[in-house]
Design a protein around this ligand. Structure first.
Ligand code: ADP
Ligand code: MG
Length: 246
């Protein structure tokens, strides 16, 4: 199958630290690919190179064949590379529904110019998204007063509101209790599979990784040391030695 995302020779150093070195991988349409590796392995740097927050020293990132290196984060987002955003303090006083509507409006910006009352049009779409993530019952509450796990659900709805072709999720369940992180990841997996959205994600909980990933790649000191289906990666001696630790 043709890759949706094609990463080749991706490299980035910070001063003397080679954070990412010549990383290659493909993400296929609709696939859930986990990137794992110890702290400092270069996972977040990879994500930030793909989403445009950082510029690489070398390498290529193509989305459906189109080079994205050099494009702004906003342009990359508009091309369909979604990511989870933390809800900014400025939006904390707005309701959950209004936050989702804002993203819907930003995504359909041409319509906004034509229709001053566009916000109302997106109410139903926002509510449908909130229904999917289990937050419809709290749609009118201010984001700022939500429980931590509920904020994570709203952040998922915000990411989906931009109708992404793929999602970058760097530790989407960070800070959650084990049961909660399993539930959020199961919800995320079922939604993206239903919509055919490809996902590249990092996650510390190996139960979550092995439970949901179609494929896993392992980074160690900036380098890809293994890649494959979960059982093959679990059995890889180099992965056992450097990371899974058994
Ligand atoms: P991971 O997400 O896998 O924990 P990171 O990509 O955050 O790893 O970090 C990879 C390496 O790059 C680490 O050694 C880290 O200290 C370094 N690093 C990351 N971001 C920066 C930065 N902005 N400035 C300097 N060093 C950085
Ligand atoms: Mg990280």
């Amino acid at each position: 199958m043709t890759a949706l995302l094609q990463v080749r020779g991706l490299s980035k150093a910070f001063g003397g630290v080679q954070a990412v070195r010549a990383v290659d991988f493909d993400l296929k349409p609709g696939e859930l690919l986990a990137m794992i590796g110890p702290n400092g392995a270069g996972k977040s740097t990879c994500f930030n190179l793909i989403n445009g927050q950082l510029q690489p020293d070398a390498g290529s990132v193509r989305l459906a064949g189109e080079e994205m290196i050099g494009l702004t984060p906003r342009r990359i987002w508009r091309l369909g590379v979604g990511r989870t955003f933390q809800i900014a303090a400025a939006f904390a006083s707005m309701s959950v529904r209004e936050n989702v509507q804002m993203v819907l409006i930003a995504h359909h910006r041409r319509l906004r110019a034509l229709l001053p009352s566009a916000a109302a049009l997106y109410r139903d779409e926002a509510m449908a998204l909130l229904e999917q993530v289990g937050m419809a019952g709290q749609a009118e509450r201010a984001c700022g007063i939500l429980a931590y796990g509920d904020i994570k659900r709203v952040e998922l709805a915000l990411a989906l509101a931009a109708a992404p072709r793929m999602l970058l999720m760097d530790e989407p369940t960070a800070g959650m209790a084990p049961a909660e992180r399993k539930a959020l990841m199961a919800l995320t997996a079922s939604i993206v599979r239903e919509r055919g959205i490809a996902v590249l994600f990092t996650e510390h909980d190996m139960d979550v990784v092995f439970g949901h990933a179609d494929r896993i790649m392992v980074l160690d000191r900036g380098q890809k040391i293994a890649e494959g289906e979960p059982e093959a990666v679990r059995a890889d001696p180099q992965v056992q030695a450097s990371y899974l630790g058994s």
